[in-house]
Structure formats: structure tokens, C-alpha cells
Ligand binder design. Structure first.
Ligand code: PEP
Ligand code: MG
Length: 590
């Protein structure tokens, strides 16, 4: 039976293909003797509790979104968690034999499956699948680590997961991943950002697709609308196949048509439209869409999916490659932004209760000068190969900026002393993505060469809304007056200090916001490469004088929904280009 689900469309386009469940089965389960049996029992209980919380959340959400009937499956799963026989067997065997609990669960699964298969009843077999799902969830929690790899897929498919980490997404097999759908996540999570960068249609925040989709099922993903259709009927399938063909044709025609469009407003103001990249391979795509530079290179992706740190040499090669390929266009290298939702297993970042407020980005770098200085050296060395700027993530105040700049000075002095060539005029900038940095933007501007506003985090911290949490995705609102006022304050501080102020959050790639951002005084926009043609066309349709007047009007408004409505209305009345191409949006067009 066809099942239609609605999630958050985070990467436009239509994908049609077979389901590949990821992270829900096929774990590589280790077997070892534990030293402390009580501690192991505690670990097991903790994993059970986490799975219980996950299931309760899924139950609640599915019940809300799809009705109680669809949520029954989770009630059954929750009951299985309390199965006394299972608990007793694991505890007894742990006490007697001392094996790790994920291995004991694996043995339980094998025995249980054999037993039910011998009965041969299909109803029993279905129940077995439910039991195995729950047990795999517990194992997954115990193992925590990335369990499977999306690196080499055997055939084209749509990846279906409960959740995907940015590192899973970063190593996806791009040839064979047709689409991505997940139960969790929000529109500015790094997983969503990567899907957009790779132009893979994606829908997140679906709540329960992970348990409803079976391997090999056909699924349709509409990343523009946020729709997912599992096991579609022939009629639906042919409708979407036709829609997909039409979208691809429109896209080609528009790409051709926009070759002559420049990122200049109707009254002659040039607003460079640049690309955000995660990996050097994205440079080619950025050039195809005529990005006027790389406004944000998220260098942390070089540190992911490996067992050791990249050497200074390896980093130098990557940064120099990007700088040289884009030359003479500017390339802004952002220093390591690990933590939050981006982890590197070999760095042993602590398991924090509140990672987004924790030891991330520049905070981590300042305490690991060995890692930070090696990166800075690689960046400065790369500067002779192109037009390089360096910026720092998550700066929260002047003291922090000064500590960073001191390290920069030390690195430059060291390079100079050793006669290593570098460009002494590399521009040094600060990202503005923490409310405290907004409050002291005038002080920071006095000691920076440029600002880049990171709205993904600024909205997260400014509105206290986790950017990767699908439950509160509706509250994650770029059009909130507080956010627009903060942007205004930062731009003013930059203008007073005569430094440029760009914006590189996902907001920059949504043409609905182009006019207000220009009106607020933002000098350049950096976004996923896929959004550049749309935003450039939008810039070319805007009159700066009108945009400024419009911004003054909006800044007086107090309601985010009224502002949003107005922005959509003006965007729609300007033209319909963005609608044809599809775009990221975390709310319905009103
Ligand atoms: C931002 O926070 O807006 C940003 C561009 O950085 P990231 O998305 O990598 O946190
Ligand atoms: Mg950020």
C-alpha cells in the first residue's frame, strides 16, 4: 500500500529508487570479555533507556502526524523493551560468561530468529522483524560509532536512516545515492547542508520512515516539497517520473538562460554571490554556476572519516588546490569548526550533554594549539597560491579574538623566521554567529578585516532553537525580527569600521531573503553552489534603493509570521524563477 509522508524538504529535486536502510541493521558487532561487569550492566541499561526515549518520541510524533494506528508499531516495540526473558538472559550471561552486551544481544537475535523460522508461521516471522529492530536499536546505542558505510553502494538507491551524521553524509557514494531521507534532523543541520552541496534530493524530520521503509521498497523523494512516497502506485510513479523529467528540463534551460545574468542590482550595486564548500571537489561545481569566490570553506570535513589527523602538508595541499583553482577569485578558509553536530572519532571529543554550547570550534582550537597552529601554517602557506582570507568560527568576544590573533601572529613569525613564503596581507575575519559577538560587533570590527555572519548558528543561539532538531524546526525562523535586527547591528558595526560584511548561513541561499539582506546592507552572499543561479537572478531583479526602504519598514515590524508573509509576497511578485528550480524552505509559502 502506498504511504505518503511529509517532512522537511532540505535539498531540492526528485529522486525515485529502491530503499537502502542505513544504520538499522548489519552492525559489525565486536566480541570481548568485559573487565567490570557492573559497569557493563550499567552501560546496557543506559542504552535501553535511550532507546526507550527514542521510541517514545517516535510514537508521539507518528501519532500526531499520521494518527494512532500508524504509531501502534512503537507501542509494540516499547513493550518488547520490557521483556523480562530478554533482560534476564542478558544479565545472567553477562554475570556468568563475561561477554560484552552487544555481543550477547547478537547471540540472542540469532537464536531467536532460528527458533521462529523453525515454526514457519509468517505472523511469527513479522514479529521477529519487530524484535530484531528493537534489539538492533539497543546495539546501535551501545556501539554509538558509525556502523556501516555509505561509501561504496552496489547500485543506485535512496538512503533511509533514522539519523545521519555529517561524517556519514560526507562520505556518501555520490554516484549511487539518489536521495536521502531521515527520521530526524532540521533544515540547517550539516547533513542537510551537505545533501544540498551534493545536489542529492533530501527530506528530513520524517519521524518514522526508518521503520516503515523496507530494503528494496520503491520510494519517491520530493526534496523541494518535503514529500516522501513509500511503495507508490503505478499512477503516482508515472506522475513523479514525468515531474522529474520536467524539472530537469527546466533546470537546464534556466542554467543556460542565466549565463548572462550578473550579480548586480538594477541600480548598479554588485553583490558577489559565492559558494560554501566542504571539500575541494566542490570547486568544479562552484565554477559551473559561476561562483564569484568561495565565501566559506568548511575545513573540518578534511578531518572527518579517518583515524588520524591530516598532516600540515595534506592540509596545505587541499587549501592550495582550492585557492589556485579559484584564483583570482577570493577563497575564505574557515578554521576548524568541530563539535556541535560534527565529530571526529579519533579526537575523543567529550560526550557532552549540550554539545552545541560546548567545546566546539574556536574554543577547541584555542586549547589545542598543536592542531590549530598546524592548520594556520597550512593556510598561510596556501595563501601564496591564490586570493586567501582566513576566518574563525564561533567567536564570542574580543578576548577570544585577541587570543586567536596572537596565535596567528606567532605562526606568521615562525614562517617568516624559517623563510617559508606566505602572503602577509591575508585578510583575517571573524564569523558572527553568537549573540554576544553581535553585542560587541563594534569592538570586534575594530580588530578584524571582515565579518561573515553565520546565520545558521546565529538563529540557533539567538532564538535558542537547536538547528538540527526536527521537533522545533518550525521555530527556527530567519525572518524573526530579532535576527534581522542582529544582522542590522552587525552590518552597522562593520560599516562604521569600514570593513566588509558578508553572510554565509543558509539564509543567503534562499532568494526569499535576498532583498531584505541587501536592504540591511550585507555586502556579499555565500551559499550552497546549487542556490547561486537563483540568488544571482534575484539580485539582478532588485533595486537597492527600494530594498533599503523595504528593510527600514520591516525593521519596525514585530511579528515573524507577518514579516515572512511579506517576504514571500514580494518574492512571488518579483518573479517565479525560484519556484521552478525548487529551493530550501522550512515553512510553507504563504
Ligand atoms: C553558520 O553557522 O551560519 C555557518 C555558516 O557555519 P556552519 O553552518 O558550518 O555552522
Ligand atoms: Mg556556524
Amino acid at each position: 500500500m502506498e504511504i505518503a509522508l511529509r517532512g522537511i524538504g532540505v535539498s531540492p529535486g526528485i529522486a525515485i529508487g529502491p530503499v537502502l536502510p542505513f544504520g538499522l541493521s548489519g552492525l559489525d558487532v565486536p566480541k570481548y570479555q568485559v573487565e567490570d561487569k557492573d559497569a557493563e550492566l550499567e552501560r546496557f541499561r543506559e542504552a535501553m533507556e535511550r532507546v526507550r526515549a527514542d521510541l517514545q518520541r517516535l510514537h508521539e510524533r507518528t501519532s500526531q502526524d499520521l494518527g494512532p494506528k500508524h504509531a501502534e508499531i512503537f507501542e509494540a516495540h516499547l513493550m518488547m523493551l520490557d521483556d523480562v526473558t530478554f533482560h534476564k538472559e542478558i544479565e545472567d550471561r553477562l554475570r556468568e560468561e563475561g561477554w560484552n552486551t552487544e555481543y550477547l544481544i547478537e547471540e540472542f537475535i540469532v537464536r531467536y530468529t532460528k527458533l521462529l523460522e523453525s515454526v514457519g508461521d509468517t505472523q511469527f516471522r513479522e514479529r521477529n522483524q519487530d524484535v530484531v529492530d528493537v534489539l538492533r536499536r539497543i546495539q546501535g546505542r551501545l556501539l554509538k560509532a558509525e556502523m556501516e558505510s555509505l561509501e561504496h553502494l552496489e547500485r543506485p538507491c535512496v538512503v533511509v536512516a533514522h539519523d545521519l551524521s555529517p561524517s556519514d553524509t560526507a562520505k556518501m557514494d555520490l554516484e549511487n545515492t539518489l536521495g536521502v531521507i531521515t527520521d530526524l534532523s532540521g533544515p540547517t543541520s550539516h547533513t542537510a547542508i551537505l545533501a544540498r552541496a551534493f545536489e542529492i534530493p533530501a527530506v528530513v524530520g520524517l519521524g518514522s520512515v526508518g521503520v516503515q521503509a523496507l530494503a528494496g521498497d520503491t520510494v519517491i523523494v520530493d526534496g523541494s516539497r518535503g514529500d516522501v512516497i513509500l511503495r507508490p502506485t503505478d499512477l503516482t510513479l508515472s506522475r513523479y517520473t514525468e515531474e522529474k523529467r520536467r524539472q530537469e528540463e527546466d533546470r537546464k534551460a534556466l542554467l543556460l538562460a542565466e549565463q548572462t545574468i550578473e550579480s548586480i542590482t538594477l541600480d548598479g550595486f554588485e553583490i558577489p554571490t559565492m559558494a560554501n564548500i566542504e571539500l575541494p571537489v566542490e570547486v568544479v561545481h562552484s565554477q559551473t554556476v559561476k561562483a564569484q569566490g568561495i565565501g566559506l570553506y568548511r575545513t573540518e570535513y578534511l578531518f572527518m572519516n579517518r583515524t588520524s589527523l591530516p598532516s600540515e602538508e595534506e592540509q596545505f595541499d587541499a587549501y592550495a588546490e582550492v585557492a589556485a583553482a579559484m584564483k583570482p577569485a577570493p577563497v575564505t578558509l574557515r578554521t576548524l569548526d568541530l563539535g556541535g553536530d560534527k565529530f571526529v572519532s579519533h579526537l575523543q571529543l567529550a560526550d557532552e550533554i549540550n554539545p552545541q554550547l560546548g567545546w566546539r570550534a574556536i574554543r577547541f582550537c584555542l586549547e589545542r594549539p598543536d592542531i590549530f597552529k598546524a592548520q594556520l601554517r597550512a593556510m598561510f602557506r596556501a595563501s601564496v597560491h591564490g586570493n586567501v582570507s582566513i576566518m574563525f568560527p564561533l567567536v564570542s568576544g574580543l578576548e577570544e579574538l585577541r587570543r586567536v590573533r596572537k596565535m596567528v601572529k606567532e605562526v606568521c613569525a615562525d614562517l617568516e623566521q624559517r623563510g617559508v613564503p606566505f602572503d602577509p596581507n591575508v585578510r583575517i575575519g571573524s564569523m558572527i554567529e553568537v549573540p554576544s559577538a553581535v553585542a560587541v560587533a563594534d569592538l570586534l570590527a575594530a580588530e578584524c578585516d571582515f565579518f561573515s555572519i553565520g546565520t545558521n548558528d546565529l538563529i540557533q543561539y539567538g532564538l535558542a532553537v537547536d538547528r538540527a532538531n526536527e521537533k522545533i524546526a518550525h521555530m527556527y525562523e530567519p525572518a524573526h525580527p530579532a535576527i534581522l535586527r542582529m544582522i542590522r547591528q552587525v552590518v552597522r558595526a562593520a560599516k562604521s569600521a569600514r570593513i566588509p560584511c558578508g553572510l554565509c548561513g543558509e539564509m543567503a541561499g534562499d532568494p526569499v531573503f535576498t532583498e531584505i539582506l541587501l536592504g540591511l546592507g550585507v555586502d556579499s552572499l555565500s551559499m550552497s553552489a546549487v542556490s547561486i543561479p537563483m540568488v544571482r537572478a534575484e539580485v539582478a531583479n532588485i533595486r537597492m534603493r527600494v530594498a533599503r526602504r523595504f528593510a527600514r519598514r520591516v525593521l519596525k515590524m514585530g511579528s515573524e509570521s507577518a514579516i515572512k508573509k511579506l517576504l514571500y509576497k514580494r518574492h512571488r511578485s518579483r518573479h517565479t524563477l525560484s519556484r521552478i528550480l525548487g529551493r530550501y524552505s522550512n515553512g510553507d509559502e504563504q
